[in-house]
Design a binder for this molecule. Structure first.
Ligand code: ADP
Ligand code: MG
Length: 574
């Protein structure tokens, strides 16, 4: 359905036209008519589906000569960036409707300036809950004439601890107002707000919630522990994205990674909640105008950010929540464009987490090997060819070519040398990766190990292969991942990779060995320095798998029955 099929004013239709919108997105088609009629609405749809216009257009439309002198619409957003973004978008919808005065209020910026703007007669206020509360307390924001409250990204606002502020704002505004709530997810807390503050809300849900995700190609790379930064550098060189986002889970990681990338000559900038507002705005602007190509960000700082032309998203850390994965990769492939998302994983635990994500979003995330230097060379050449076809040379360059020709170097030779040199410089700075499968290679001499303790032992006639079989079964790990097994009278210890401890403990409780329920714990007081750091107990027999009496010293041979083919497992879900 097109915008001009709706009963919208000419001013708005002109503005929409100017923005280049013609067809409505699904959420717009479903919610704009309801909002224009004054219904309370609960809208559920993913990022990138056009929610801002879905509520922004009716908001602008609702301003008229009789209500223009008071704050009529209040829009709450989780972050300053989102408030600014919605503010910018609403200004565009109001371009031809001069009586609309939108005003953004958010923390970390001058109170005076906002007060000035509010006093000048704002009628649509877009703000973060904390700052909105501030203005209400100071009586610089008066909501007696409010007709409509909109909660954008409501789930995220709750995640960020704005629940009290939101409840207090909603309790203090006129009762006969319209209440609109948009959220990607519908946890219980949101339902509670809906019940308490909305009147007969109409639920609007996008059928194809994964629509945006479908347009995004998704891949993952397995990277050895501690080598994610190197792998990212390699991938950035290989794919040379023109505009990409890299997601980390913590502010500290954002800072560290940004610094590391900058050190290696990448135009990268970090974005997170600890930064001053001016700094954040500056970062966003340089990313938008492509002065910086790589934006490293936390989930919250990046939530809902709408920058067009992001072609690639990297998940440096796996997201802590499946929904976040959708939000992250939704930064690319906006409004019908395609994009690519790459996820870096290290260790078995992350492999399993990623498998869960893949199931959750019901989409394939395909494993790719890290490209090698030859592969990167080929990709760089491709990129260079694309570049060369799209640029023009300055005049003086031709005279250089002429001079070279007079020296016996023709244009073909000159261009080849130039391409080689530019690409080679890049290639030389790329970190080395061995081709071997990193996860399978992990138990080298430097791999840290710890011991786990299982409360079953010799008095239950337990043999090492029972233990190993059960562990492999419960964890899906390879038999090679487990080290020495010591069986005592009433318990057993097993060496495991330190990095997988949490995952192993989690997936082995409960677990049965030889039909008996056992408990698996981390051994206390175990040194994590490696295989031989702890003296063997002299009075107890020791079963060392490498010396176990199975006629072979090759553990993988002895236990191969227990080693599941991980590749096969991966394939299953495809
Ligand atoms: P959301 O809030 O759901 O994440 P946005 O409102 O930020 O999504 O919109 C995502 C992008 O899609 C924006 O760049 C916006 O300008 C664009 N967009 C929204 N509606 C339309 C439309 N009807 N036609 C074309 N582009 C649209
Ligand atoms: Mg939005």
């Amino acid at each position: 359905m097109r915008f001009n099929e709706l009963n919208l004013s000419q001013e708005i239709l002109n503005a929409v036209d100017e923005l280049g919108f013609s067809e409505m997105t699904e959420i717009q088609e479903k919610s704009i008519p309801l909002l224009l009629q004054g219904h309370d609405v609960v809208g559920r749809s993913n990022t990138g589906t056009g929610k801002t216009a879905a509520f922004g257009i009716p908001a602008v439309e609702s301003i008229n000569d009789s209500n223009k002198n008071a704050v009529t619409v209040l829009i709450l957003c989780p972050t300053r960036e989102l408030a600014l973004q919605a503010h910018g978008e609403i200004k565009k919808f109001a371009h031809f409707k001069r009586i609309v005065r939108p005003c953004a209020v958010y923390g970390g910026a001058s109170m005076e300036k906002q007060i000035f703007e509010l006093k000048r007669g704002a009628n649509i206020v877009i703000g973060t809950p904390g700052r909105v509360m501030d203005h209400i307390r100071r009586r610089t924001l008066k909501l007696e004439n409010l007709r409509c409250v909109i909660l954008d990204e409501a789930d995220e606002m709750l995640n960020m601890g704005f629940r009290e502020d939101i409840e207090s704002i909603l309790s203090g505004v006129p009762e006969d107002r319209q209440t609109v709530l948009f959220s990607a997810t519908m946890p219980k807390e949101i339902m509670a707000i809906t019940e308490k503050f909305q009147r007969d809300p109409v639920h609007v849900k996008i059928k194809s919630a994964q629509k945006t995700v479908d347009l995004i190609e998704q891949y993952y790379f397995e990277v050895a522990m501690g080598r994610k930064t190197d792998a990212l550098r390699l991938l950035l060189k290989a794919y040379s994205p023109s505009s990409c986002m890299v997601f980390c889970n913590t502010r500290a990681m954002v800072d560290q990674l940004t610094e590391e990338l900058q050190k290696h000559g990448f135009r990268a900038a970090g974005l997170h909640g600890d930064m001053k507002q001016a700094q954040r705005t500056q970062v966003m602007n340089s990313f938008k105008n492509k002065a910086c190509e790589i934006l490293v960000a936390t989930d919250v700082a990046a939530r809902g950010i709408d920058v067009s032309g992001i072609d690639t998203v990297f998940n440096y850390d796996l997201p802590q929540d499946n929904e976040y994965y959708i939000h992250r990769i939704g930064r690319t492939g906006r409004a019908g464009k395609t994009g690519t998302a790459y996820t870096l994983i290290s260790g078995r635990k992350q492999f399993h987490e990623l498998r869960d994500i893949s199931k959750y979003i019901n989409a394939e995330i395909t494993e790719l090997p890290l490209p090698d230097k030859e592969g990167i060379l080929a990709m760089r050449q491709e990129a260079m060819i694309r570049d060369i076809t799209s640029i023009e040379a300055h005049h003086s360059a031709y005279s250089a070519i002429d001079r070279l020709a007079s020296m016996g170097i023709d244009a073909r030779e000159a261009a080849a040398r130039l391409i080689d040199r530019i690409i080679q410089e890049d290639i030389d700075s790329i970190p080395e990766f061995e081709r071997a499968h990193p996860l399978k290679n992990r138990r080298g001499s430097s791999a840290k190990t710890v011991k786990i303790d299982i409360n079953i032992g010799r008095n239950r006639r337990i043999a090492p292969n029972f233990i190993l079989g059960a562990l492999v079964d419960a964890t899906g790990m390879s038999g090679k991942d487990f080290g020495k097994i010591d069986i005592f009278d009433d318990h057993t210890t097993v060496e495991v990779p330190a990095s997988d401890t949490d995952y192993i403990i989690e997936s082995t409780n409960p677990m049965k060995i030889n039909g008996q329920q056992v408990t698996v714990k981390l051994c206390t007081g175990t040194s994590s320095r490696g295989h031989y750091s702890r003296p063997r107990p002299k009075d107890k027999p020791v079963f060392d798998r490498r010396k176990a009496a199975y006629g072979s010293r090759n553990k993988s041979e002895v236990y191969k029955d227990y080693i599941p083919n991980r590749k096969k497992r991966t394939k299953k879900r495809h």
